[in-house]
Design a protein around this ligand. Structure first.
Ligand code: ADP
Length: 444
């Protein structure tokens, strides 16, 4: 500043002196004014040149002038570079931060003081059907047209979350979203969305399961307590008493089977995956299954006073399945006992093992009533029954196929069902080749 003042005085003096000689005091003032004007114009021109040089988009070279202007240019340029670097660092931090929020499995929406969308991640956009670009600065309540959401938003306090329908909801599959608003900064807020569909489904399943179990246990219990009351209040003859005791025993057997199946299910859910080291011999396993199947078929024939089933067991391949014996026995026995229970007396049941490119298969084919196609996808659900009365009559719990399916999943395999009404059913267990060891040639 001092330098420019001196420089200006110098030019004022230089122009004022000849003015004094030419026109006296008036000439001196005029000369000085002209000098000031020219000096100011030169200063403005230099400033403009500096400004243009600093704002050039290309990488800046050394300033093409000297002296104090060069010094100023270099300093300003250095300051600008430092600021650019700082801005780049901040920009990078912001991008990293936004990328981290973008990667969140939950939806995040930043709202300004008027609850307008400033930014939202892709998850939130998918949850609420928003477009991150198009809906910027739009009021969130105008876009999320759910009365529950509007009511939640209008509340003064947002200490708890609200549950609304997600954009991906359809008539068949409802998407449930949990939304919660958190205040931050000065009047701003953060809206978080979370897909809780699976949680809600699991909760509904748990409630259904408890209701089903209670119902299944209550029925035989009611019958049992009715018999006990009768025995206590009415004097019965020996034969009648025996008959009652026999019926009571059947009800307690039913409860026992139910509890045993429930325990099996909870064990399957809570235990470690089956070992890949334990070898289960198919021959030994099938020896037990065959004996039990014959005995069960005899019992059914006896009870129903009809001919026994034609049970056809094909030779068993000399192989081992790596897994848990008790689980495999349960899966295989459930299919065989179902075939016996649902096939009318005298019907044909073929049981065999075979190797296929997909793996080892256990196949049970019966000549029973068959199952309508609409039931097939739900057959392995807990307590799902097509023929409720037949299931109860023959000691079914409604859990057999659920257990079988679970066992197969734990062994990396699957349960497949094919059936045509009036033509019988075929149930298959497919074990992956990785779980099978030994020759697959049938043993005698
Ligand atoms: P349950 O103890 O009632 O037999 P499952 O889970 O073993 O329960 O079977 C579910 C339902 O599938 C049964 O109630 C029955 O209606 C049907 N089902 C199973 N196996 C057969 C079969 N071989 N033939 C016809 N229906 C069957």
């Amino acid at each position: 500043m001092f330098f420019w003042l001196l420089e200006m005085l110098f030019w004022v003096g230089l122009a004022g002196t000849p003015g004094w000689f030419l026109g006296g005091p008036f000439g001196a003032v005029l000369g000085a004014l002209i000098a000031v004007f020219i000096y100011a114009a030169t200063l403005l021109w230099k400033l403009d040149r500096l400004e243009r040089w600093l704002s050039a988009p290309v990488l800046r070279q050394d300033p093409p002038w000297h002296g104090v202007w060069r010094e100023i240019s270099v300093r300003v340029q250095r300051m600008l570079r430092q600021q650019e670097k700082l801005a780049a660092v901040h920009q990078k931090q912001l991008q990293d931060f936004l990328q981290a929020i973008q990667a969140s499995p939950n939806g995040v929406i930043l709202l300004d003081e008027q609850a307008r969308i400033e930014w939202c991640n892709d998850t939130a956009a998918a949850h609420l059907g928003l477009d991150a670009q198009r809906d910027r600065l739009q009021h969130v309540v105008h876009l999320v047209r759910d009365p529950v959401f509007a009511r939640y938003f209008a509340q003064d306090e947002h200490t708890s979350e609200a549950v609304i329908e997600g954009r991906a909801s359809s008539v068949v599959n409802r998407q449930k979203l949990s939304v919660q608003l958190h205040a931050y900064g000065e009047g701003r807020s953060l809206l978080l969305t979370r897909d809780i569909t699976a949680l809600a489904q699991a909760d509904a399943m748990r409630r259904d399961f408890v209701a089903n179990v209670s119902h299944e246990i209550r029925t035989p219990l009611t019958v049992l307590s009715g018999f006990v009351e009768t025995l206590q209040s009415i004097p019965l003859g020996a034969e009648e008493t025996q008959q009652y005791l026999h019926l009571m025993s059947a009800q307690s057997d039913r409860m026992q089977s139910l509890v045993a199946d429930l325990l099996m299910l909870s064990q399957l859910e809570g235990s470690q995956l089956p070992s890949t080291q334990e070898k289960v011999s198919l021959a030994a396993l099938m020896l037990q299954v065959t004996t039990e199947a014959q005995a069960f078929s005899d019992w059914m024939a006896n009870k129903g006073q009809g001919p026994v089933h034609q049970l056809e067991f094909a030779p068993v391949p000399d192989v081992y399945v790596m897994g848990t014996r008790s689980e495999l026995l349960s899966a295989v026995s459930n299919l065989v006992s179902n075939a016996i229970r649902y096939t009318p007396l005298g019907g044909r049941i073929q049981i065999h093992w075979s190797s296929s490119p997909e793996g080892l298969m256990f196949i049970v084919k019966d000549s029973g009533p068959g199952i309508a196609a609409e039931h097939l996808p739900r057959l392995a659900e807990r307590f799902y029954r097509v023929d409720r009365s037949r299931s109860r009559e023959t000691g079914g719990t409604g859990l057999g196929l659920a257990i079988t399916k679970h066992v197969m999943q734990r062994h990396g395999g699957e349960l497949r069902i094919e059936s045509v009404v009036g033509q019988g059913s075929t149930f298959r267990l497919v074990f992956p080749q990785s779980r099978v060891v030994g020759e697959s040639t049938p043993a005698a």
